[in-house]
Design a protein around this ligand. Sequence first.
Ligand code: UFG
Length: 339
Amino acid sequence: MKILVTGGLGYIGSHVMVLLLERNVEVLCIDNLDNSRLEVLDGIKKITERKPLFKNLDLKNKSETDVFFKEHSNIQGIIHFAAHKAVNESSKKPLLYYNNNITGLLNILDFSIKKDIPFIYSSSCTVYGDAKSFPINEDALTSNPKSPYGNTKLMGEQILKDCFNAYCKFKTIILRYFNPIGAHPSGNIGEFPLGTPQNLIPYLTQTVIGKHPFLKIYGSDYETEDGTCVRDYIHIMDLAEAHIKSINYLISAKNKKMYEIFNVGTGKGSSVLDVINAFEKVTGENVPHKFVGPREGDVPIAFADVKKINSKMGWKAKFNLEDGLRSAWNWEKEIAKKS
Ligand code: UFG
């Protein structure tokens, strides 16, 4: 089997590539290195003793993209990660986000549709906006993501829906990720933010290792049990495995066309304080922290209903919050050794 992974050097893409290579899948990786590092390929090689075929390619460049696809026409599946993903940045640079995330998607879809190649799209729970009932299932309203980034994800879903309606052999699966955390157990790959991380776990581990004086907890009087926001933290290895299940589901499906959406989470919500307590418990480290005001765009609560992916694909998270935090901490220590 030959699978194309776009944005394969990023956090989720790199873990998915490892699982594909371990299953002897031929993997083609494209990435424009905008927010990723070439050395991720070495980490992948250390784990799998194989390397994907890599091409530094920006999907916004239609002519280069077309040339690439002419050279590699026998691809059997596409997993599309390549996108900008910083919620905060997207509010400041909306055009950058619309241009990158939508243009790239359109250019790759053009190829997928011409060649009838099944397509996996990485979406986000951000499309649910400020949900009103929990756990959130796939039928919940998706009308108001709170950032341009979220809007690009929702628009992407709508573009795929229109393609499904228009083309008789178009097959796609949309995965709505909740909050990915942790790293590969080998310590060879993990989340490698360029610049100051915006997400909770990398900021927390960087604080504990001494890069920041304290972790800011955004908001203390949300309507949650302890006043801090609740999220569904899903281990990156579980999330990666959901892509393998999705590829199998797409390729083996008898139906000619498909458009299906799946949440990928644990089904369990944890508050920011739960995360800090769990981290301190599993690592024995202290997390210096201070409460500050709420962060713009944060929703109070988001955790997934995962019944659909469980019943249709047989996928279920195997790791818990503690496992994710332990591996995130190991990874932070590996990064420290490198620098
Ligand atoms: N948080 C802090 N301090 C920090 C960073 C985060 O208290 O320094 C809190 C946030 O307020 C939030 C929780 O930790 O309550 C998780 O925040 P993250 O930034 O880690 O994750 P988000 O839930 O904001 O964002 C994630 C993904 C996005 C996706 C979004 C949908 O990173 O890609 O979920 O809600 F769009």
